[in-house]
Design a binder for this molecule. Sequence first.
Ligand SMILES: CC(C)(COP(=O)(O)OP(=O)(O)OC[C@H]1O[C@@H](n2cnc3c(N)ncnc32)[C@H](O)[C@@H]1OP(=O)(O)O)[C@@H](O)C(=O)NCCC(=O)NCCS
Length: 155
Amino acid sequence: MAVRFAEEKDLARVNELRRQVNELHVEGKPDVFKPGFCPELRDYVYTVFADENKKIVVAEREGTLCGFAVLNHIRKPENPFMFERDFLDIDEFGVDESFRRRGVASEMIAFIRDWAKKQGYHRLELNMWEFNAGALQFYEAAGFSTFRRYMEMFL
Ligand SMILES: CC(C)(COP(=O)(O)OP(=O)(O)OC[C@H]1O[C@@H](n2cnc3c(N)ncnc32)[C@H](O)[C@@H]1OP(=O)(O)O)[C@@H](O)C(=O)NCCC(=O)NCCS
């Protein structure tokens, strides 16, 4: 399998994978996520591709682009509460339904870790939705640990 950075020609296929992730989010958190895959969401991948602080990683297996990740370099200045923070955020992440549990996501994380270390990053971060138990199990298996929680109460 090859894991690499996306080229512009990959983006239509990346959008097919983004649509799968969006559908999962719509099903799991319909009060937050918009159903369908609206033109703005479709075109957002081109904005990401052109953004110098962001990178799109793709995984290919058997000639099929079957996984993707969006990376975002985040710099937060110091404030009265916190020190300055500089880290690599995994903004979007998914593997095609028909390629899951075959190590694709693990290989993408290995690629991202290696690249991020070489770039001088000291920390990877991501956030995920609580309903997504499979993603939590994957991220924990990949070595991530929870450091912060969002909580809510409906009124
Ligand atoms: C989460 C996701 C990226 C995992 O991708 P994957 O390629 O199937 O993951 P891997 O094959 O590398 O899994 C490695 C290990 O993680 C754990 N794991 C992965 N998916 C899991 C699941 N659904 N349930 C429980 N454990 C899981 C297992 O320990 C697995 O090892 P095993 O298959 O030998 O048991 C994939 O299920 C996915 O795209 N889900 C929908 C989108 C999503 O949730 N994205 C992330 C949040 S935005």
